[in-house]
Design a protein around this ligand. Structure first.
Ligand code: GDP
Ligand code: ADP
Length: 215
């Protein structure tokens, strides 16, 4: 059926759910931070995780760090939009904190894996934009994981082993961007966000504007 502009009047625009995924170490946290710094209209969906904080990570800014019992309690209370097991820990997107804001038109960035991406897409296809970041090579991915110096050698090896499995989900995304030069990659991701906001059905006030133009 053709679009029904009256029914999707963008005055009621819902927020975008802009998802960035990548194999660990490919640079999605770096690109996310650049995007959040550059774009005051975008907010990060802060996930809940059972993993321990890395140096420099701040409770409530990068993640909400909880123990297993608290994560279980949140599952029991249906507090998650989605959640998944990743690298032996659990990660989830809290529902209550963002649902109302999305409804009011706030755009959110989600740094989540392919499992979470599939779950959000099944729930909110119209609002979800899925971007996958690839490293230029597996050798470079390894180098970046070592350079980040936040994981032990064992953890780095397990992340490398999982990288191929994660990359195999590349075709579940709308956009794929290779993160070779970080500024080029950031520029492309930003263009994707801007183009998605320009979609006809997402432009606030377009219908009355066009009506006025047409007289
Ligand atoms: N499904 C899901 N995945 C998440 C969530 N938060 C983070 N992740 C993913 O969990 C994985 C591990 O994240 P992290 O421990 O921060 O390490 P990173 O891979 O170096 O960013 C990454 O693929 C994240 O995108 C979430 O709320 N839900
Ligand atoms: N294009 C790039 N070139 C070189 N190093 C990069 C690039 N993008 C990210 N990095 C570095 O690689 C490491 C992993 O990046 P990060 O953003 O933490 O990845 P992810 O969140 O996907 O695990 C960090 O030390 C980051 O500074």
């Amino acid at each position: 059926m053709a679009d029904q502009p009256e029914k999707i009047d963008a005055l009621q625009r819902r927020g975008l759910m802009f998802i960035l995924s990548s194999p660990s170490g490919a640079g999605k946290t770096t690109i996310s931070r650049m995007l959040l710094d550059a774009d005051s209209e975008l907010k990060l969906s802060v996930s809940v995780t059972t993993r321990t904080p890395r140096p420099g990570e701040v409770e409530g800014v990068h993640y909400h760090f909880v123990d297993d019992a608290e994560f279980d309690r949140m599952i029991g209370e249906d507090d998650f939009y989605e959640w998944a097991h990743v690298f032996g820990h659990r990660y989830g997107t809290p529902k209550r904190r963002i649902r109302a804001a999305l409804k009011e038109g706030q755009d959110f960035l989600f740094d989540i894996d392919w499992q979470g991406t599939q779950q959000l897409f099944q729930k909110d296809q119209q609002d979800v934009v899925r971007v996958f970041i690839l490293p230029p090579s597996l050798e470079e991915l390894h180098r970046r994981l070592e350079a980040r110096a936040t994981d032990s050698a064992d953890v780095i090896e397990s992340r490398m082993e999982r990288a191929r499995a994660e990359i195999s989900h590349w075709d579940g995304y709308d956009y794929v961007v290779i993160n070779d030069d970080v500024d080029v990659c950031f520029g492309k991701v930003r263009e994707i966000l801007q183009a998605e906001r320009m979609k006809r059905q997402r432009q606030t006030g377009l219908i009355p504007f066009v009506r006025e133009l047409m007289g």
